[in-house]
Design a protein around this ligand. Structure first.
Ligand SMILES: Nc1nc2c(c(=O)[nH]1)N[C@H]1C(S)=C(S)[C@@H](COP(=O)(O)O)O[C@H]1N2
Ligand SMILES: [Mo]
Length: 253
């Protein structure tokens, strides 16, 4: 069946639920107990997206005239801690991105050095689960370039982003698997809409992972760590919203 159904049709079925797609061609999938085992919870979205889309395909990129006149600020708009405020007051001249965990060469990269790296520019649409979208232009080095420089060990399976802010009193963090971490549109953006990234949008750098929903796009990134497991980090589900309100860890769109 997969040869006949277009990618668009498959993606559309996401809204209806995979049951609608499968029921027409697979009686087994209609057996409630089996369906429960095969397609429980978030695994249905994660598994389907992986099976049906090419994970290396690119998110749509837009033209400059399609950029949103206003890009909403959501979640934390200023970490407002003593250490963050001190760094911001110096325009992040003494901030460093720490890259560690399961890497052979831990890195400590200054803002200046990060901005001197080869960078990508991409105009993409940000989709927040709360029901708004905005198209913006992002500029920064590919995360993959940094991870290659750090020489991620073969035992690593995820990359964890530690942010400077607390949201409702809990540290914001996020994580990606290595496929998304090395995706060419996954960048650490230091500029937005041709200007230095503002505090409200995540200065000095924020993750842009263009094939995932808004909450995966961590602002105020301070550390990047390669890890073998997400257990023991936060509440263990891989991100702030995953831990707090059970959002899907895999938010691919
Ligand atoms: N550190 C941090 N990153 C974050 C958030 C946050 O509160 N703190 N909110 C997330 C959510 S839900 C969205 S929709 C986007 C909002 O990014 P924006 O403020 O640039 O629009 O950031 C994401 N990354
Ligand atoms: Mo969001």
């Amino acid at each position: 069946m997969s040869a006949i159904i277009s990618r668009r049709a498959l993606l559309t079925t996401g809204a209806l639920g995979a049951g609608a797609l499968l029921s027409g061609c697979d009686q087994v999938a209609n057996t409630p107990s089996l369906r429960k085992i095969l397609f429980s919870g978030e695994k249905i979205n994660h598994g389907l997206a992986r099976a049906l889309t090419d994970r290396n395909s690119l998110a749509k990129e837009y033209r400059p005239d399609q950029m949103s006149p206003l890009f909403r600020v959501n979640g934390t708009s200023n970490p407002n801690t003593a250490s963050y405020n001190a760094m911001a007051a110096e325009n992040f001249a003494n901030w460093r991105l720490e890259v560690g965990g399961l890497v052979n060469r831990p890195l400590s990269i200054s803002h200046q050095a990060l901005m001197a790296m080869p960078a990508r520019t991409q105009i993409t649409r940000h989709d927040c689960v709360e029901g708004w979208s905005a198209i913006g232009k992002w500029h920064g080095p590919m995360l993959g370039t940094i991870l290659k420089a750090a020489d991620v060990r073969t035992t690593a399976r995820y990359v964890v982003f530690t942010c400077a802010d607390l949201y409702s009193g809990h540290a914001y963090y996020e994580s990606l698997d290595l496929i998304d971490a090395f995706h060419p549109q996954t960048i650490l953006a230091w500029a937005m809409n041709d200007r230095m990234l503002s505090v409200a949008h995540g200065a000095p750098i924020r993750l842009r992972v263009e094939r995932q929903l808004g909450y995966k796009n961590a602002k105020y990134v301070m550390r990047v760590d390669a890890v073998a497991s997400l257990a023991g980090i936060g509440l263990g589900k891989g991100g702030y919203w995953e831990d707090r309100v059970d959002y899907d860890w895999y938010a691919g769109i």
